[in-house]
Write a protein that binds this ligand. Structure first.
Ligand code: SF4
Length: 230
């Protein structure tokens, strides 16, 4: 199942919540139509909404409530994997924390996995067991959340984490990664990060680094990391 970035655009404005949340379960044969009302009421309660709201339309909710409706819709088919595509980025910051905590509670209750796609490193650190960092459409580093956040290996990951906002870094001035993000349609030759990488050498322009195991079994797509282990 999928939870989308924009909770308003991803809900049909002409359907009531009962139909939005329960219709797929009827179509897939998980429940009979006569059971839909009770099934939806249970799901709404699990995501922190009152069962009475099932007769409302999406425009009658706040952004956080709408996202909870989207989460209930995803749960309705008893998924084993839920793809969350920037699922909290359109919400107010205070609501983001509530929805993140809801994600965690539901994972513990139902035992499914999330593929959580986000630019928000704080949210990723909070929720993820394993983290994959992408640059220009390619994976550049994979590891456990502790490995990646405490000891990043790829120069792009290091630069990202060095400038992530943190409460314990008051007064720290932001230093952006130098240069512009190239077009994915016309990526630079070799390592796509080389025009912006402070460690780039001539070899980095000559070949595209694969995602490979380096020191301690950590996987990065960086020639420098791979040479150090060779
Ligand atoms: S391969 Fe070279 S340019 Fe790319 S991240 Fe590693 S050191 Fe930097």
């Amino acid at each position: 199942q999928m939870i989308f970035q924009d909770p308003f655009a991803s809900l049909n404005p002409r359907m009531r919540v009962e139909q939005i949340v329960g219709e797929a379960a009827v179509i897939h044969g998980l429940i009979r139509r006569s059971e839909r009302r009770d099934y939806v009421a249970d799901l709404l309660t699990r995501v922190g909404l009152n069962a009475d709201v099932m007769s409302r339309y999406p425009h009658q909710f706040s952004g956080g409530q709408r996202q909870r409706v989207g989460i209930a819709r995803a749960l309705a088919l008893k998924p084993r994997l839920i793809v969350c595509d920037e699922a909290i980025s359109a919400l107010d910051v205070s609501i983001q924390a509530q929805v993140l905590n809801l994600f965690e509670d539901l994972r513990q209750e139902f035992g499914f996995a999330y593929l959580f796609i986000s630019h928000d490193l704080g949210a990723v650190e909070h929720i993820a067991d394993r983290v994959a960092i992408m640059y220009l459409g390619r994976l550049v580093e994979i590891g456990t959340a502790d490995e990646v956040f405490e000891n990043p290996r790829h120069p792009y990951t290091r630069a990202l984490l060095a400038e992530a906002p943190r409460l314990d870094r008051r007064g720290h001035s932001f230093t952006p990664i130098k240069g512009e993000i190239p077009s994915p349609l016309n990526p630079p030759p070799g390592c796509a990060f080389h025009p912006r990488c402070p460690l780039a050498t001539a070899a980095c322009k000559a070949r595209v680094p694969d995602l490979r195991e380096g020191r301690d079994g950590r996987r990065t797509a960086c020639i420098l990391e791979q040479e150090e282990v060779a």
